[in-house]
Design a binder for this molecule. Structure first.
Ligand code: NAI
Length: 198
């Protein structure tokens, strides 16, 4: 978190109104422009991350920039004016063409990479009978439904690169520090898909 704050100070040394240098306050919680009197506060971008389930399987996806074999839950930045619920519906529809319902908040996390984001993690159920994935190839490389057993096995893979066979890295999941890991583990442990209220 400290690094994220230092990066923000570094990138906000000048006033965007008048171009004059800004000054950091003693606590480092804001910057002030002595010329225009403008005050600048560190910013965090809200991001929704959603684990979609069809009752027995969960949907995981990967971007081409991810390490080989790694799949995660669907994530995306909230647009201005959007609620968390609206962002979840829009992101899932945009990325995999599915409609979701019964959203359930799970947890949140500050994520400093590449800039400060507030990750808001939710579970959601796909509309019954409408599970066909249409991968948006501008955003994702692949997306698929994974069974409970497949996810349990993947969670146990700490170092997938040592387990590769014929040069193929097996399916693996984000590390423990990522909220995506928490969301997936929660789904496995509590069978969240079946406990989401009807
Ligand atoms: N902690 C975790 O478990 C996870 C964290 N993440 C983080 O969530 C964030 C969003 O994930 P993705 O959509 O996959 O990221 P992404 O990096 O693929 O960004 C998608 C698009 O959003 C745009 N964008 C970048 N910053 C923005 C901002 N502040 N506001 C609005 N749009 C912005 C970019 O131009 C890009 O086209 C990333 O920062 C990623 O690192 C993603 C998955 C898991």
């Amino acid at each position: 978190m400290a690094q994220a704050l230092l990066r923000w100070h570094d990138a906000h040394q000048f006033c965007s109104r008048c171009g004059q240098p800004t000054e950091k306050n003693v606590a480092g919680s804001k910057r002030v422009c002595p010329a225009s009197k403008s005050i600048y506060y560190p910013q965090m971008a809200p991001v929704v991350i959603t684990l979609v389930s069809d009752g027995t399987r969960c949907l995981l996806a990967r971007q081409s920039s991810f390490p080989k074999g790694m799949y995660s839950a669907l994530a995306g930045f909230c647009d201005i004016g959007e609620s968390v619920e609206e962002a979840v519906h829009r992101e899932v529809a945009e990325e995999v063409g599915l409609e979701v319902e019964r959203l359930q908040y799970s947890a949140s996390q500050h994520w400093p990479f590449p800039n400060s984001s507030l990750m808001i993690a939710c579970h959601a159920a796909v509309k019954p009978g409408h599970t066909e994935i249409k991968v948006n190839l501008r955003e994702l490389e692949a997306a698929a439904w994974f069974t409970h057993d497949e996810v349990v096995t993947a969670l146990k893979r700490n170092d997938p690169y040592t387990q590769q066979q014929n040069g193929t890295v097996p399916f693996w999941l984000p590390p423990k520090l990522a909220i995506a890991h928490h969301l997936i583990k929660e789904w496995v442990e509590k069978s969240t898909c079946s406990t989401v209220p009807a």
